[in-house]
Ligand binder design. Sequence first.
Ligand code: TNX
Length: 576
Amino acid sequence: MANRLCRGIPDHSRKAGPGHTAIGTGHYLCAMFVYRCFVLLFLIWCPILSLGQAIPGIIPKPVSIARNGEADISLHGQVQLFGDSQLHRQVIYLYDMLRTHCGLSARIIAGDSLPNPTIPLIRLQLADTMRPANAYSLTIGGNTGLLRATDITGIVHGMQTLLQLLPLGKKDSMILPALIIKDHPRFAYRGMHLDVVRHMFPVSYIRKYIDYLAFHKFNTFHWHLTDDQGWRIEIESYPKLNSIGSWRDSTLIGHFRDTPARYDGTRYGGYYTSTEVREIIDYAAVRGITIIPEIDIPGHSRATIAAYPAFSTDPSARWNVATTWGMYNRQNNVLAPNDQTIAFLKAVFHEVADLFPAPYVHLGGDECSKLWWKQSPATQAFMRAKGIANETALQTWFVEQVGAFLREKGKIVVGWHEIMDGNLDRSTIIMNWSNDAKAIEAVRKGYRVIQTPGKPFYFDHYQSRNPSDSLAIHGYNPMEAVYRYEPVPTAIAGTADEARILGGQANVWTEYMGSPEKVDYMVLPRMTALAENLWTPRALKNYEDFLQRVKSVMLPRYQYWGSLWFRDFEQWGADK
Ligand code: TNX
């Protein structure tokens, strides 16, 4: 698997210079008096304050968290773990995390043996009464921490909260504070996307990325697996997708609008084998994360037609796998409508639907240029024969064909918002990368919608206006804008249509992210802001408070994870 080094991520250790204020002598005495009063008040109220302070900062902020009047649990290097039999793998996951996170070596209690009542116990329990999906409760006190949820994802979310209550770093003894936490997500769908086509990342990094998602209580990983610049998943029925389609001869250097264009001349590529994909799906499943695979059709298909020119609008041509970015209306990258292409799509989507257990398959459908279909006599003849009125209707026709196979396999189709230009089955889920108007149009047409607006949920955009910032595609999506964006458009808030906004996701297109470190730099801390945006009730969100928790909770964790992050997030706020 080829991977080039990240180019030029600047050192962001600088901070804005401290403000300077002059105070005269009279002011000084007065200030001292006020200061002493504050100290006195502080000492008097200390016990009360400390009670308040004992409620730790958690990210994303929970719905409710309170002291429960019970005694804190003192852990002296010992704890027992006990879980329902269906939660066996989550118990092991928690065991591993406790060991690495704070050096606690737990004892797992097997199903029929009894816990020792003198040693603290953490118990994971499935309970069918908790709503909505992914909700959990955590009750800690006396000698027990009880984590309950209705589904595995909820249990994993509760585990993440539990871990945040414990100190980071190896300790001989520690306190697990006696609290009662009742928590659930605001939105059912909470996702992060990753494009592994423009640049590909090692399996170890995909795992790390899934760990980021699990920590942040996301429940979906959207894996963008095919595009013009490469085909990144093994397909048995059409092997040239991998032997040819997975490799490009060269890669653009710098921004795609730079002139003259420069290329590195290095062959680049690879793909994830079915075995690797299965391992990743399994890794995510233990962490309560569903993976939605995306096979992008009928545009963004240059790698496909490079491997199989017969599926293109000009089968006599020899197409290369794209070596540049931004192909829309610039280079032919569409599938041609013919029997061979449809047989191909059926085989590929069957393989993908069988490999991934998720109920959803994403078929792309974005940025489908109409130019090449207009110029192709065979395509025009096909459209006339089938009574397909225009190229937009042809795009819908593709989506309907694949949608029909997928529905036969019990899958729900997801696609980018361009696919709703036609009259599709209303079970289709629309991923909106445009603005609120598009989201409103989609819900009013009866579709369910996932909000991934370019502004501010595209993490391939800049997060600063510093001209020396590391190269990004364009735009300005600082962390504050990610935090403050409201996924439910005002026009439908409080109406029945609101329920069709399933949630949101950030997209990570990797044209300008050549290494895991660069991905880290682009997603952290914006991913943290997105997590709280999608989880926490709107009324509890508070940006200033969030910033404090980013500093106290997240920065030590980014460091502990060995991850790079964008350090100037405080300096670069949202436009007012
Ligand atoms: C548009 S938004 C794309 C991607 C690019 C991205 C760059 C969408 C569904 N498609 O192919 O990588 O812009 O920002």
